[in-house]
Design a binder for this molecule. Structure first.
Ligand SMILES: [Zn+2]
Length: 423
C-alpha cells in the first residue's frame, strides 16, 4: 500500500486551497438566540455550495436535509464504512463579516502585520515558528478566519477530489457529513444518524499538525435562580432580602482555584458564565467541567453545598438550581473502538509527523455523536488561534491531515489492521 507523506500533493493535486478561500468568505456565524436549524442563513448558502461541489466530485447522492446537514457517499471496498465530518458554522466570539483571507506563500518567519494593529509573531506563537516555509492563510485583522472548521471541510473535499482524480486508490466506503451549529453545541442534535450508516467517524476539526483528540471534558451546566424579598428600600430594615447581594456572595464563595483562569491540563473547573437580574430576583448560568464523571459530579455537588449553606444562613431567600448534563467525555466510548486510536496514530506517523494525543478542554460534536453510538474522535486541521483575528492555518499542515486520512483508508483495507466486525 502507498503511504502518503508528502503534504504538497494537497496543493498540487487538489484545488482545496481555493475552495478554502471561497468558503471563508461566506459568513456562517452561528446564532445561539435562534432555535431553528441551521441557526443562521449563511450556513445554508455554504451548504448549498457544498452539495454542488460534492456532486461535481462524483458523489451524486449529495443532499441537504431540512435541518441544514449536508450528506453524501463515496462507495468503496472493504469491511467498514467510515464517516468524515466537519462543521460549517464559525464561532460568534468574533466577527466573520466580509472575511478577506490573505495567503502567505513560503512563510519567511517574520512577524505578519495585519490591519487594526493585529500582529502574528513567531516570538510569541510557537506554532507559527514551526511553519517557516509553509503556505499560511490568515484573515486581514478585522475578522476571524473561519479555518475552524472550513479547513476541515476543505481537507475532506481535497480527499474526495484526489480520489476522483486517482480512481486507482482503494478506500473504504465513505460517508460525508457537514454539520451546522457546532459552535453553539448543537451539531449532534439533528445529525442524521439513522441514515448515516457509518461504523465510526472522524471529525476533522482539531488544531495543530499531529494532534489527535480521543478525550473531551465531561460537561454539565447549572442554572441558578435567587428570589429575595422586595420592599421599598426606605422601609427595608430587617425585611428586604436582596437577591443580587446574595448572588454576589454565592459567586465569591466558589473556590477561585477551581476556575478556568486557574486550571489547565486535566483539572476541572466551575465557571460562572453570566448573571442577570435585580434586587428582587436574579439568575446565574454556570458551566462545570472535568475529565471524569465523578470529578464533574463532585464539582456540581460543591456548588449545591454552597447554595445550601446560603439557604441555611438566609431561609427567606428562595433558591432554585437546575443541573443539566451537556456532553460526555468521549473517552468513555473509545475503549470499544481501540482500533481507531491505534490506526489514527499510525496514519499520522506514516504521514511523516509525530502524533500528539491531547485531551480537549472543551467539547466536540464527536462527544455527543459517540454517546449516540457513532464513535467519533477528532483529527487536526492545522488551524491555530481559533475564534479571533489572529486565527491562521498552515495549508502545508492541512496537507498532513489529508495524508493522514489517505493513510487511514489503507489501514482499514489491510486485513491485519481490519476493524473488528460490527466496529
Ligand atoms: Zn471547530
Amino acid at each position: 500500500m502507498t503511504e502518503y507523506s508528502n503534504p504538497d500533493i494537497f496543493q498540487s493535486d487538489t484545488s482545496a486551497l481555493s475552495r478554502l478561500l471561497n468558503y471563508v468568505q461566506i459568513e456562517t456565524t452561528s446564532n445561539s438566540e435562534n432555535t431553528s436549524s441551521p441557526s443562521s442563513p449563511g450556513q445554508l448558502t455554504l451548504a448549498t455550495l457544498l452539495v454542488e461541489e460534492l456532486k461535481s466530485l462524483g458523489l451524486m447522492d449529495a443532499a441537504l436535509d431540512i435541518n441544514g446537514y449536508v450528506t453524501a457517499t463515496r462507495p468503496g471496498i472493504g469491511p467498514v464504512t467510515m464517516g468524515l465530518i466537519a462543521h460549517m458554522d464559525t464561532s460568534d466570539a468574533y466577527s466573520a463579516k466580509n472575511v478577506q483571507p490573505v495567503v502567505h506563500i513560503a512563510y519567511d518567519g517574520q512577524p505578519i502585520c495585519l490591519k487594526n494593529g493585529v500582529m502574528l509573531s513567531p516570538e510569541d506563537d510557537a506554532s507559527l515558528k514551526k511553519c517557516i516555509g509553509h503556505t499560511i492563510v490568515t484573515a486581514d485583522g478585522t475578522t476571524l478566519l473561519g479555518a475552524d472548521d472550513k479547513a476541515g471541510i476543505a481537507i475532506i473535499m481535497g480527499v474526495l477530489e484526489y480520489l476522483q482524480r486517482h480512481p486507482e486508490v482503494p478506500h473504504p466506503t465513505l460517508r460525508i457529513c457537514f454539520t451546522p451549529d457546532e459552535e453553539i453545541g448543537r451539531g449532534a442534535d439533528r445529525f442524521p444518524l439513522d441514515t448515516f450508516g457509518a461504523d465510526f467517524a472522524i471529525t476533522v476539526d482539531g488544531t495543530f499538525a499531529g494532534e489527535l483528540n480521543f478525550e473531551t471534558f465531561e460537561a454539565y451546566s447549572m442554572d441558578i435562580d435567587f428570589t429575595g424579598v422586595s420592599v421599598h428600600p426606605g422601609t427595608a430594615k430587617n425585611v428586604m432580602v436582596n437577591a443580587l447581594r446574595h448572588m454576589g456572595a454565592f459567586l465569591c464563595s466558589l473556590p477561585a482555584e477551581k476556575s478556568p483562569e486557574c486550571t489547565d491540563h486535566r483539572d476541572g473547573f466551575i465557571h460562572p458564565v453570566s448573571v442577570k437580574g435585580d434586587a428582587a430576583q436574579c439568575h446565574a448560568h454556570l458551566i462545570v467541567r472535568d475529565f471524569t464523571e465523578e470529578g464533574a459530579k463532585r464539582l456540581c455537588a460543591l456548588v449545591e453545598q454552597k447554595l445550601n449553606d446560603l439557604k441555611q444562613a438566609e431561609p427567606r431567600l428562595v433558591v432554585r438550581a437546575d443541573t443539566e448534563f451537556n456532553y460526555p467525555n468521549m473517552m468513555r466510548f473509545m475503549a470499544s473502538h481501540a482500533h481507531l486510536v491505534t490506526n489514527l496514530k499510525q496514519a499520522v506517523q506514516q504521514a511523516g509527523i509525530s502524533p500528539s494525543v491531547v485531551a480537549i478542554r472543551g467539547g466536540t460534536d464527536g462527544a455527543n455523536l459517540s454517546r449516540k453510538g457513532l464513535v467519533t474522535p477528532n483529527l487536526f486541521t492545522g488551524a491555530v488561534n481559533l475564534h479571533g483575528p489572529k486565527e491562521w492555518v498552515s495549508v502545508t499542515n492541512m496537507g498532513y491531515s489529508f495524508c493522514t486520512i489517505l493513510n487511514l483508508f489503507a489501514l482499514y483495507l489491510d486485513p491485519p489492521s481490519r476493524a473488528p466486525s460490527g466496529a
